[in-house]
Design a binder for this molecule. Structure first.
Ligand code: ADP
Length: 300
């Protein structure tokens, strides 16, 4: 498989501020690549360099083997970009924007356009100035999914969507993937990345600190469990269980992803009255592994 995105020792400084300090990325054709990291890690800077909106300081960045800065015009015919906060022309309707953006990529398929508008429950007749953040995002997503671009670069594309629409977004990504297209997805929602991505790169302070498949990065994720048990129990002894606390019958703990099955089996005979299992958040992951403070700004 060809490399669609490749960066080597990519750096970018804003004056004295080193935003990227040697980023190595490889995204192959047909992959959904999750690009995750705390606020200020360098995600947007990397994306803006890949889009040819920003000049790198040093190192290499390639898109379809071309130079994102020199070859921006031709490269943009093959990609679509959805930012986290979509700005639209206030006097155009959503439908007009979708058609305009669509024409930049050739023809828009009218039945695909209608299908996407239905699925994202977007009224295309309203002026963009009246759209909420979520609706503006839907305009950009409909236009992106209606295009036949080879590469989708998505920078926190679902930060304004409700859970139902998040599901529609995920279904659309699966369809795009089936067509062999490549997706570069920056996200702070670990569950979204887990559901969609073949490969993940974690960026922190301008460097990739972990990369691989999610199975390879399983050690990073733990599920938080709160369970009420009616029978005597000692959860501290269970393999893969951490941070155990107890108040009367109610226990709380976190469990490694690869121990969930065994732990649930062990809990079953202990008389489960109620059980809540919560997926880990990215903020918890960074806090646990790198001692980072939770980034409140990034929470929905
Ligand atoms: P992320 O997208 O992961 O939140 P950014 O790429 O936006 O991170 O930022 C990386 C670092 O570069 C941060 O420390 C940020 O403050 C800094 N930075 C980003 N844009 C600018 C800019 N235009 N001028 C100066 N510093 C910037």
């Amino acid at each position: 498989m060809k490399n669609v995105i490749e960066t080597r020792k990519l750096t970018k400084s804003y004056g004295k501020q080193e935003a990227l300090r040697g980023v190595d990325l490889t995204v192959k054709q047909g992959e959904v690549y999750g690009f995750i990291g705390p606020n200020g890690a360098g995600k947007s800077t990397t994306i803006r360099i890949l889009l040819g909106m920003l000049h790198k300081s040093s190192g290499e960045a390639k898109l379809f083997g071309g130079d994102p800065w020199q070859d921006a015009v031709t490269l943009h015919q093959r990609l679509v970009y959805v930012p986290g906060d979509v700005a639209l022309w206030p006097n155009l309707t959503g439908g007009e924007v979708i058609d305009f953006l669509g024409r930049l990529h050739g023809k828009i398929n009218p039945s695909r356009r209608k299908e996407l508008l239905d699925r994202f429950q977007l009224d295309p007749k309203k002026k963009c100035r009246s759209y909420s953040k979520g609706n503006r995002q839907k305009v950009a997503l409909v236009s992106a999914f209606a295009s036949d671009a080879d590469l989708m670069i998505l920078d926190e594309p679902t930060s304004g969507l409700d859970p139902l629409m998040e599901q529609v977004f995920q279904d659309c990504i699966f369809e795009v993937k089936k067509q062999g297209k490549t997706v570069f997805l920056s996200s702070h929602i670990l569950a979204e990345v887990e559901a969609l991505c073949d490969q993940v790169g974690i960026i922190r302070q301008g460097k990739i600190v972990e990369s691989g498949t999610l199975t390879e990065l399983r050690h990073l994720t733990r599920t938080t469990v709160t369970v009420e048990l009616t029978k005597p129990a000692n959860l501290n002894q269970l393999q893969g269980v951490h941070d155990v606390s107890r108040m009367d019958e109610k226990w709380s703990f976190s469990v490694d992803a690869d121990s969930i099955d065994a732990v649930m089996n062990a809990l079953a005979p202990m008389g489960i009255k109620s059980l809540i299992a919560e997926p880990p958040t990215l903020e918890e992951l960074f806090k646990r592994h790198y001692g980072d403070k939770p980034q409140r700004k990034e929470l929905n």
